[in-house]
Design a binder for this molecule. Structure first.
Ligand code: MN
Length: 737
């Protein structure tokens, strides 16, 4: 016997010989595989597939299957299934190599070098799915897990390899321990069989279900299988009677048809019994027939002929030709009342529909009449596109599916939480979106994240299958910058809600301080104000609540002096309030705050003497004592507020400086270095366009306080080219670049 991988295709002496694996003789399997390839592949493609076999066998050498025998029997079986679907040489090579990256030290690059980029990508795709498979996931989330697998696969050939892989693993499951068998069988029922169904691979779908049923419920399987065998004898007579009648009726109506009785599969019977609470005989007493005709119009003609032959059951007719199922399945379904009153379920379709009904997405390889791969890809693409249109929940199928790339859920991305929960998020989502999808509290407090165990920025775009861990801190709060990159409506609205609430709280707190100041000037205490005073004010001003009034004061929408005067009308000033009267300044806590702003004109920094000015529409703005921009407002009474820097104020403030320097090369770099040395950052630089000997530079710097600024100025004075340097405080807006 010729032990070569591909007899006649390899010129070299056979690399594989049967005696390499004494316990199992693969010669027969190889011969069968080769024969199948020869029916549709070109000789040079067969040679490449053969080379992949030799490579894979060498890579897996010494590795054994749990079921016994050398490991190579597994990839060979997977490749054989794909050859049954007439998949191209790339897919077959990838099938033979599908486990080498996971099990051996072979890399993707090595595969690409030997077998081309396409095969390497396919192997990589399958390996990625394998890794996902080993993530634990919550059982209730099978649907999302399926979507994640489909979304990750991108290329439909990856899914086909994965399904063939699962089929062979199911076929050799007997070797596993019972509980492992049950788990894998469950997973097959929940994940892989529905994917096969979704892609229209019905023959595979049924086989996976049958195998999974046997391993998940061994006892029920045995009982049912025995019962079906026992009933077969009685059925034969009825089936042949109906078959004969149909086989006469159709030609009599001028219809050429292929008519077959359908054997029900056990899992189908089991499910019908379980879901519809039927007895075994009730399920089995329904007989199935399939009629295949030459074209679509003939399907309807055949339907008419059959409805004339036997009485149809009302309400049982379904036209899946006009309205295909979501996986592309087309047929006419009807149920007839046969002899002895037995119901007969009939499926009528043409040959093309039949191919799709059995092999779905693979039918385009299997039954191609086009000669070029390009046409094949176009056809497959069209088919997938129609699937997307049928299945798309998001309604967005505009994204072009290139060639055989499959992307059934273009709008979504699927990621794992550390506990194995799967989240479906809009494509382009970030860890912040995930954090809000988990819980509002997680979102509001998230500060960092780890993606696949690596610390990553919060703005990182998530990819299918990522494992994402959100790191929170109890006192953290949402950052307004997140609004720039979150994708989900939920995250967006939660962040907005938080910021608006905080804004209102801060404004109200400031408003309260401002109002109590203004009241104190009138000899009143805010806390001791009678309720009627507030009621009167709210009625007169149309304000919603006391808090809303305070927030409006904080935001500069109402002036505290005016509110105070209105509240004070008719209220006696008390001694207590008069005693409390005195200077008590409002403290400035830091550079950022929604209600308190630092003047853009003078840019005060801690250490500067400051004043606060309240103007309608601006709220409280802090200026330096000598700010020229506010000098002319000095006379406006009632709008001035005493403010002071808090003692241990933290944060970075912006200050501007003006530097006159000699116009020589490298001067800017030396000044920048001096600023950095003094521990500051440059926020902005601009310069006057004088091209003479000296140039004037304006810097906006980050400083902690006046002392820090002084240190920076000292550092810059040591730069030899610097002629003059001053802090720059000017009301006039400068040109910024
Ligand atoms: Mn495998």
């Amino acid at each position: 016997m010729d032990p070569g991988v591909v007899p006649g295709a390899l010129d070299e002496p056979p690399l594989i010989s049967a005696d390499m694996h004494p316990p199992v003789d693969l010669a027969e399997d190889l011969e069968r595989f080769n024969a199948r390839l020869a029916t549709y592949l070109k000789p040079e493609d067969i040679t490449r597939v053969g080379a992949a076999y030799v490579f894979s066998d060498a890579a897996h050498r010494g590795q054994m299957r749990v079921s016994g025998g050398p490991y190579i029997t597994h990839p060979l079986a997977v490749a054989e299934t794909l050859a049954g679907w007439h998949l191209d040489a790339h897919a077959l090579m990838a099938a033979l190599l599908h486990d080498v990256m996971e099990d051996t030290s072979i890399t993707k690059e090595q595969i690409a070098e030997r077998f081309g980029k396409v095969a390497a990508e396919l192997v990589d795709g399958v390996s990625k799915l394998d890794r996902i498979e080993h993530q634990s996931f919550e059982e209730a989330q099978a649907e999302n897990f399926r979507k994640m697998l489909l979304a990750m696969a991108r290329d439909v050939r990856v899914i086909l390899i994965k399904l063939a892989d699962r089929l062979h693993n199911m076929q050799t499951l007997d070797a596993m321990r019972p509980e492992k068998r049950r788990r894998i069988a469950r997973e097959t029922l929940d994940i892989y069989a529905p994917i096969a169904n979704r892609l229209g691979l019905n023959a595979l779908y049924r086989e996976l279900q049958e195998l999974a049923f046997r391993h998940a419920h061994p006892l029920r399987y045995r009982v049912l299988s025995k019962a079906v065998k026992g009933a077969r004898g009685n059925r034969r007579e009825v089936v042949s009677k109906i078959l004969d009648a149909i086989r006469q009726a159709l030609p009599a109506a001028g219809i050429d048809a292929d008519v077959k009785g359908r054997e029900k599969h056990l899992y189908g019977i089991y499910r019908k019994m379980r879901d519809k609470h039927l007895s075994f005989s009730q399920v089995l007493d329904i007989y199935g027939f399939r009629i295949i005709v030459k074209d679509r119009p003939t399907c309807y003609l055949a339907l008419g002929a059959l409805h004339a032959l036997y009485q149809p059951v009302p309400g049982k007719f379904k036209d899946y030709i006009a309205i295909p199922k979501a996986n592309g399945y087309q047929s006419l379904h009807t149920t007839l009342i046969g002899p002895f009153g037995t119901p007969a379920e009939i499926q009528i379709r043409d040959a093309d529909m039949h191919h799709v009904a059995e092999s779905g997405v693979a039918s385009h390889w299997l039954y191609k009449d086009e000669t070029t791969l390009d046409q094949l890809q176009k056809k497959t693409h069209k088919w997938l596109q129609s699937l997307v249109e049928l299945q798309s929940a998001s309604g967005d199928s505009s994204e072009f599916l290139e060639h055989v790339k499959v992307d059934l859920f273009p709008g979504e991305v699927y990621v794992f939480s550390p506990r194995g929960k799967i989240f479906a998020l809009p494509r382009g989502s970030t860890p912040v979106d995930l954090a809000y999808a988990v819980h509002t509290d997680i979102g509001d407090r998230c500060v960092a994240c780890r993606i696949n165990f690596e610390t990553m920025p919060l703005r990182t775009e998530l990819r299918n299958g990522d494992r994402v861990e959100i790191i929170t801190e109890p006192n953290a709060a949402p950052n307004p910058a997140w609004l720039g990159y979150v994708k989900s409506a939920r995250a967006r609205s939660k962040i907005r809600h938080f910021l608006n609430t905080r804004h209102a709280e801060e404004s109200a707190a400031l408003g309260e301080r401002l109002l109590s100041h203004a009241l104190r000037d009138l000899g009143l205490a805010l806390a001791k104000l009678p309720a009627q005073a507030w009621e009167r004010f709210k009625r007169a001003s149309g304000a919603r609540s006391q808090k809303a009034v305070l927030a409006e004061i904080g935001l500069g929408k109402r002036l505290p002096a005016i509110v105070a005067r209105r509240l004070a009308e008719g209220v006696e000033s008390t001694n207590a309030a008069t005693e409390a009267r005195g200077k008590q300044a409002i403290l400035i806590h830091g550079p950022e705050g929604v209600a308190v702003k630092l003047g853009n004109c003078c840019r005060p920094i801690p250490g500067d003497p400051i004043v606060g000015l309240i103007r309608k529409g601006q709220g409280l703005v802090v200026h330096t004592h000598d700010c020229t921009a506010i000098a002319k407002l000095r006379s406006e009474r009632g709008n001035w507020v005493d403010v002071e820097w808090e003692a241990d104020i933290k944060g970075m403030f912006e200050a501007s400086i003006r530097v006159i320097a000699k116009n020589v090369r490298g001067v800017l770099a030396r000044i920048a270095a001096g600023i950095a040395e003094a521990g500051s950052n440059i926020v902005n630089i601009s310069m006057d366009d004088d091209s003479g000997e000296a140039t004037t530079l304006f810097f906006t710097l980050q400083v902690t306080d006046r002392i820090h600024l002084a240190r920076i100025l000292r550092s810059l004075r040591r730069v030899p080219e610097v002629v003059r340097i001053t802090r720059y405080v000017d009301a006039k807006p400068r040109k910024e670049n």
